[in-house]
Design a protein around this ligand. Structure first.
Ligand SMILES: CC(=O)N[C@H]1[C@@H](OP(=O)(O)OP(=O)(O)OC[C@H]2O[C@@H](n3ccc(=O)[nH]c3=O)[C@H](O)[C@@H]2O)O[C@H](CO)[C@@H](O)[C@@H]1O[C@H](C)C(=O)N[C@@H](C)C(=O)N[C@H](CCC(=O)O)C(=O)O
Ligand SMILES: Nc1ncnc2c1ncn2[C@@H]1O[C@H](COP(=O)(O)OP(=O)(O)OP(=O)(O)O)[C@@H](O)[C@H]1O
Length: 483
């Protein structure tokens, strides 16, 4: 691609580069290949401007940075916002691929993965091919693509959008993705807001700035696009009020109020009632829990906007295959039910434990969970309190050290537990903590393991443990089957 054309798109003036072609775009100096355009970005860990020399040495044709000039010798352009420009440049480089898809962006603290999987399933069941970007995997042209971020970095994102031949793209949009402008250069046909509750305050500082960040997704919604908003909670209502000022949008709300366009009631074990357009239908619940009735409704509304009737969505839900690590159920031979879930926020833990408690009834409920190092500490006490309230036995462990020593995370966990004035087992090795709960739990009880869902351990854990043969023997003896 001619650099001149790209710079014109970015509104950067250029002279004497008529014949210069660029062969790729990156913001990482070590990924630069001959002919690349390098964007220097000031990040949380490092400053890309420190790597400009390395980028030239690796063959960068030109560099764009946020300082008026650079000491390194090479073609250099100034911009005051390289993050935004990187995304716009990547979009332009790959031919603005959003244009060839119907684009859905889904944001919210909890439920993005769940809602996106349900929506993708409905679309594909109705013959509409769909790519998916999210936490578990990305799916492009029916192939699994490994996901390192919920919302990928802009160059990866635009490249995959370009490669996708799917009619629709369902994308989880994280607040980090919005804040870091990874979605610049995309215009969505639909945007969905699920909820906003306590999380990521280590990054956003306050709930207000977290909300302001999430709300920005709707700035990327096309004129006459559809905003689908959960009316539960103050933030959804605020968003509706703010978006109502934009007269060019179709705004639909869903929730438990009769004034919602998609209104739900009578959420039972296997189904719920959905009222829309003065009609009432029974919808099968693809996963347990009231919260999943809301996630399902968001997906049904989005499919409806794409022309799929509610009846067709309902029939698609009958064979929903489930989602890795989202209320995933296993039955052990001794009749104990094991639930694997990804809840890692106070609201997520609350919702999933409420659903697990309903399932357990009078049976004992064991809850195994832990925290991630180097992340929002302020949510931890509330999560422990909820566990103590809903389960009979809380077993605390470690989700992921994320760069901090294990003893530090355990000490922090002890402090959060002490805030609850309660005692609970703390077993640092996550595998051992799970074995412990499985061993302690009497036959026909329920063990729920939250926090990591299907994720691999990032740090090494002892598995199988050599120090406690009895747990290994026990594990071997309790073969299980997926439900
Ligand atoms: C805090 C955060 O989100 N950081 C993301 C951010 O990194 P950063 O801006 O801090 O980059 P940095 O490491 O400081 O480096 C600054 C610049 O120097 C460049 N550099 C650096 C080293 C070098 O040798 N050469 C070089 O050029 C880097 O490429 C970068 O452009 O931009 C990077 C590229 O897009 C991301 O990989 C990185 O994600 C980190 C690894 C991360 O863990 N992010 C998580 C928190 C995240 O984004 N999570 C959300 C989901 C959250 C949720 O809902 O649970 C997600 O969308 O995945
Ligand atoms: N609508 C919801 N409201 C509250 N909690 C929910 C909701 N949907 C799912 N959860 C809980 O949050 C957990 C994570 O759900 P999911 O993976 O769908 O969310 P997410 O927004 O994609 O999370 P992340 O971005 O961190 O991957 C679930 O395992 C469940 O416990």
């Amino acid at each position: 691609m001619k650099l001149k054309a790209l710079l014109a798109h970015l509104h950067i003036k250029s002279e004497n580069i008529e014949n210069l072609n660029i062969t790729g775009i990156t913001s990482h100096s070590k990924q630069v290949k001959p002919g690349y355009l390098f964007f220097a970005i000031s990040g949380v860990q490092a400053d890309g401007h420190q790597y400009i020399q390395e980028a030239y040495e690796n063959g960068a044709a030109a560099v764009i940075g946020e300082y008026p000039e650079t000491r390194s010798k090479g073609i250099y352009f100034y911009s005051k916002d390289t993050k935004k420009l990187l995304s716009r440049a990547a979009s332009f480089f790959y031919g603005q691929p959003y244009r060839k898809h119907k684009m859905t962006g889904i944001t919210g603290t909890n439920g993005k993965t769940t809602t996106s999987f349900i929506l993708k399933h409905i679309l594909e069941s109705q013959g509409v091919s769909s790519s998916l970007f999210g936490t578990v995997h990305h799916y492009i042209n029916s192939e699994i693509v490994k996901s390192s971020h919920t919302t990928p970095d802009p160059v990866t994102l635009q490249k995959l959008l370009h490669e996708s031949q799917d009619e629709t793209v369902v994308m989880e949009v994280s607040s980090h993705g919005i804040e870091q402008k990874r979605i610049e250069g995309i215009i969505y046909d639909q945007a969905i807001f699920l909820n906003l509750t306590h999380d990521h305050l280590d990054y956003h500082g306050t709930m207000e700035s977290y909300f302001q960040c999430k709300a920005q997704l709707f700035n990327y919604l096309k004129s006459e696009g559809t905003a689908i908003i959960c009316s539960e909670g103050n933030y959804g209502k605020r968003l509706v009020d703010e978006l109502s000022l934009r007269k060019d949008l179709q705004i639909w709300t869903y929730g438990r109020k009769e004034t919602d366009q998609f209104y739900i009631e009578n959420v039972g074990k296997n189904s719920f009632d959905l009222v829309y357009d003065s009609k009432q239908v029974i919808v099968p619940l693809p996963l347990p829990g009231e919260y999943n009735a809301l996630n399902t409704t968001a997906a049904i509304a989005a499919a409806y906007d794409y022309g799929i009737s509610i009846q067709k969505s309902i029939s698609s839900l009958a064979n929903f295959p489930g989602i890795p690590g989202r209320f995933e159920e296993l039955m052990l031979n001794n009749g104990t039910l094991v639930i694997i879930d990804y809840a890692h926020t106070p609201d997520g833990v609350h919702q999933v434990l409420e659903a697990a408690r309903k399932k357990a009834g009078n049976r004992a409920l064991y809850h195994v969970f832990g925290f991630r190092g180097n992340r929002d500490v302020s949510k931890r006490t509330e999560m422990i309190q909820l566990s103590l309230e809903y389960s009979n036995h809380t077993v605390l462990t470690v989700d992921d050290l994320n760069g901090i020593p294990q003893h530090q995370l355990i000490e922090e966990t002890k402090i959060s537990l002490a805030d609850c004035n309660h005692s609970a087992a703390i077993i640092p090795d996550r595998t051992e903590a799970i074995f412990y709960a499985l061993k302690e739990a009497p036959a026909e009880s329920v063990v729920i393991i939250t926090g990591k869902g299907p994720e691999n351990y990032k740090e090494s854990y002892r598995y199988p443990t050599k120090t406690d043969i009895s747990t290994v023997e026990y594990y071997k003896s309790v073969s299980h089957k997926a439900l």
